[in-house]
Design a protein around this ligand. Structure first.
Ligand SMILES: [Fe+2]
Ligand SMILES: [Fe+2]
Length: 329
């Protein structure tokens, strides 16, 4: 049987468990938080006072912080790209009739609240140029992404396991910084988003776990493949209006490194966590090739840690069209 057909069989086997995955890792609509729980209520008489207060507190937050918050928002807002990518994966029915497509839709529903709440907060804050942000979002959706998983569910679930943990880390750090600057409401917002990302990370991590049980060698090779080519961020094509594709990504990521929201050592730590989570040292019954892949993956975190220690982060802030330097400290 071809590799593709085996993957399809594995996906069909796991599909039987999708309902329990949904119960374990997603929260029903009526119970989960919504953006309006966290923002000034426009039906309320005190709305304008609440917005004024939000804007006053926002004045305390520094430039790199705004850049990161904007970049994170845009990354979340490019959700249509991620949903259409997931519906293309082998084993997911793009017409939305099987268990996997139900998973994708419900995951998308939860994720959709992230960009929504952050966008509304940015709009009310008065510290950013919304039109520039909106143009970047539109560009990013137009440009799509190229993350090297193809339609392979194994590679896809390695990517999503990694990426959900990366977004957990970055939203959680933004939450901590906001708190430090006295912005309790923004801090709570980002903390709740981070909580969603963690649940999603557990879900995708569990899918990989299950695949390791039935198709260990191919799962190991897919893990190795993704780590060899490196996990690129979903917003790696980020650009500002009138600029070339990808031109803003590096500057955005410099800002994130400077304020410690997401750093090269976080990348290594995530890899280490995945290696531990999937207990790859204990997986046996592997082909020779997959044994080698396991050895490679076991040694990789230490190797990457050495490289990440040598990285130098530029000290100079890039001026983005999204954030008005005159308005921000
Ligand atoms: Fe998200
Ligand atoms: Fe996510």
């Amino acid at each position: 049987m071809s590799i593709k057909n085996i993957r399809l069989e594995v996906m069909q086997l796991l599909e039987k468990k999708v309902d329990s995955f949904m119960n374990d890792f997603l929260i029903p609509v009526e119970k989960i938080w919504q953006p309006s729980d966290l923002l000034p209520d426009s039906e309320n008489e005190t709305f304008f006072e609440d917005v004024t207060e939000l804007r006053e507190i926002a004045k305390e937050l520094p430039y790199d912080f705004w850049v990161v918050l904007v970049g994170d928002t845009i990354t979340e807002e490019a959700l249509p790209t991620y949903e259409s990518w997931l519906t293309e994966v082998e084993g997911v029915d793009s017409e939305g009739r099987n268990g996997w497509s139900k998973w994708v839709k419900h995951w998308t529903g939860e994720e959709n609240r992230h960009g929504d709440v952050l966008n509304k907060y940015l709009y009310l804050s008065g510290r950013v140029n919304m039109r520039e942000i909106e143009m970047t979002t539109q560009h990013l959706i137009n440009d799509g992404f190229d993350i090297g998983t193809g339609k392979d569910p194994y590679k896809n679930f390695v990517y999503t396991s990694f990426q959900e943990l990366a977004t957990y880390i970055s939203h959680n750090r933004v939450s901590q910084i906001a708190k430090k600057f006295g912005d309790k409401k923004l801090s709570k917002m980002c903390k709740l988003i981070a909580g969603d990302e963690m649940r999603h990370h557990h879900a995708y991590g569990e899918f990989v776990n299950q695949i390791f049980k039935v198709d260990p060698s191919e799962m190991m090779l897919a893990f190795q493949y993704m780590m060899k080519q490196k996990i690129v961020m979903p917003a790696h094509f980020l650009r500002e209006s009138g600029q070339k594709i990808s031109s803003a990504f590096e500057h955005f990521s410099d800002s994130a490194q400077r304020i410690g929201v997401y750093t090269a050592s976080d990348y290594v730590e995530i890899l280490q966590k995945l290696v531990g989570k999937w207990e790859i040292d204990k997986i046996n019954g592997l082909t020779d090739e997959a044994e080698k892949a396991r050895d490679y993956l076991m040694k990789l975190p230490a190797r990457m840690a050495k490289i990440s220690e040598r990285l130098v982060i530029p000290e100079v802030e890039n001026v983005f069209k999204w954030v008005q330097p005159a308005l921000v400290k």
